[in-house]
Design a protein around this ligand. Sequence first.
Ligand SMILES: C[S@@+](CC[C@H](N)C(=O)[O-])C[C@H]1O[C@@H](n2cnc3c(N)ncnc32)[C@H](O)[C@@H]1O
Length: 273
Amino acid sequence: MNSTENNDELVETLLSDVLEVYGYDFTGYSRASLKRRIIRLYEMDGFVSFAEYRYKIRTDPGFFKRFLEQITINVTEMFRDPEFYRVLRSDILPRLGTYPFIRIWVAGCSTGEEAYSVAIFLKELNLLHKSLIYATDINSAVLENAAHSLIPLSKIKLYTENYIAAGGSEQFSDYYTANYSLGKLNDELKSKIIFSTHNLVSDNSFNEFQLILCRNVIIYFDRELQTKVFELFDNSLDKFGYLALGTKETLDFSTVSKNFERLNTGKIWRKIQ
Ligand SMILES: C[S@@+](CC[C@H](N)C(=O)[O-])C[C@H]1O[C@@H](n2cnc3c(N)ncnc32)[C@H](O)[C@@H]1O
């Protein structure tokens, strides 16, 4: 791979192949990081030419699955941005408690840490029994991990600190059983989470929710794709439902922002019409 211009062209050709053969549309993803990842995978696997790499992706679904796993960014943690979870726990979830049944969508859930964190706070507020969390991602490999509900013990210190900073009222250790190098989260949490694949680019709304969390996902999308996804969320929320985004993301200035009011705290919007 030599000139940048040449690389750009090759990457675009590969993205049209992926759309044509597998139906995954990455054309609305911000280019810089996507391109870096595609090229890194190409170099790592030692292909003799980009044409060979293209051929492999087009003809080998197993390799394509790996490609998909490598180009999506799956970094996550429990109670990520504790201040956000503090507001969720003290303000948003109690308001949802007035509904007879609570439906929550965690879109772009990666390996599930966010969904399990929400489940823990629902439990502490005595709302878990009447809640269902739909946790979705484009990448089926991360969802398989999510369903195992395992956390590496090396992360426990960080998660415990996050949990305390977010206002957790119990001991974080009440929520898992340690076994060698892994902690297994309690089955009760998982029993209220449905993990399934859903592609925000091409799949439709599948329910009406009182709360949608989509944090640190649309940051990888260009403006046009962000708009499309916001419209999907607008269509998937009950009136007075809430939308939570990541710290670097905003609904302001989008085509649907007139349907929402922004809360004073954190990146949370409420649908008002
Ligand atoms: C950086 S992780 C964020 C995980 C979690 N929401 C958090 O904030 O910790 C981004 C996730 O979005 C997923 N993703 C990327 N494109 C997507 C799409 N088109 N539809 C659904 N999920 C997508 C990725 O597979 C990845 O798991």
